[in-house]
Design a protein around this ligand. Structure first.
Ligand code: G1P
Length: 277
């Protein structure tokens, strides 16, 4: 399985901190958020991760690069040095590409199409500003996809009606045949998706929540996707079109999603993780 992390957004909701520190580099304990997300992807079975970033955020790639100077500084601290070596090993499994114009999440995902060309298995997409505390959803989503013969799976969370207009909202029917028993009451067969609907137009209160496992046909659809909500190329709109040819499921995962792209969300992330090192 390949994973893809869109991490190109400017992070304007976190200014002025995000002027020089990309939101994905904010620390949660001793690791930046992007490292935790890469680790979630690898733990779920991804053998390679593509990160889409912006030319203005070189620190993301530098974080995973081999750095002899730091090894020299840590010569007398073998545990920390081993941590750096482990980080570099993770770095060898990452490929990088750039989004040079901010044209929406779907457009960011599309930037990875060339690096993932020829892929036949569903691709795990993890938003670079969404951390999940408690049970990470990606491994469950991979298991659910396999159980449904490689179908697409979208991670979901229930949100209050007054917040539906901040999210992609799905419609679906319970999938009692879900072959992952402990997840059965959490799995839906999707019938529709709408990006950021008004409350009166929302088909449910189930919001798309930062994790996707999508059939690679999504890249062809994104290449022809017309701008949607906010004049941007929306991933949600392309998944909606995917439904006409491919089955897709929603998984209301048990973990809690945190948005590290704003100060309040970041504060809640730190409280939820209480990461020591
Ligand atoms: C994006 C997606 C939206 C999803 C949200 C949270 O919106 O477009 O469908 O619900 O992430 O995962 P954004 O937060 O980038 O506006």
């Amino acid at each position: 399985m390949k994973a893809l992390i869109p991490a190109a957004g400017y992070g304007t909701r976190f200014l002025p901190a995000s002027k020089t520190v990309p939101k994905e580099m904010l620390p949660v304990g001793a690791k930046p958020a992007i490292q935790l997300i890469v680790e979630e992807a690898l733990a779920a079975g991804a053998d390679e991760v593509v990160i889409v970033t912006s030319p203005d955020k070189p620190s993301l790639k530098r974080h995973f690069d081999v750095d002899a100077v730091w090894h020299a500084r840590c010569a007398k601290k073998p545990e920390i040095d081993a941590e750096l070596t482990r980080l570099e090993e993770i770095g060898r499994r990452i490929r990088w590409t750039l989004q040079t114009e901010q044209r929406g999440l779907g457009h960011a995902v599309l930037q990875a199409a060339d690096l993932l060309a020829g892929e036949t298995d569903p691709v795990l997409i993890l938003l670079g500003d969404a951390l999940v505390s408690g049970q990470a959803p990606s491994a469950d989503m991979a298991a659910i996809s396999r159980a449904f013969g490689g179908a697409s799976v979208v991670g979901l969370e229930q949100v209050p009606l007054e917040k539906v207009s901040r999210y992609g909202i799905v419609a679906g029917t319970p999938a009692p045949e879900a072959p992952v028993p402990e997840a059965a009451d959490r799995v839906l067969r999707l019938s529709d998706l709408v990006e950021k609907p008004a409350p009166e137009a929302a088909p449910s209160r189930l919001a798309i929540a930062g994790r996707y496992l999508l059939d690679p046909a999504i890249f062809g659809l994104l290449a022809t996707q017309t701008p949607g909500h906010g004049g941007e190329i929306q991933l949600t709109d392309a998944i909606r079109r995917l439904l006409s040819t491919h089955a897709a499921y929603g998984y209301r995962y048990p973990g809690r999603r945190h948005d590290i792209g704003n100060p309040q969300g970041y504060f809640e992330t730190l409280q939820a993780f209480q990461a020591p090192r």
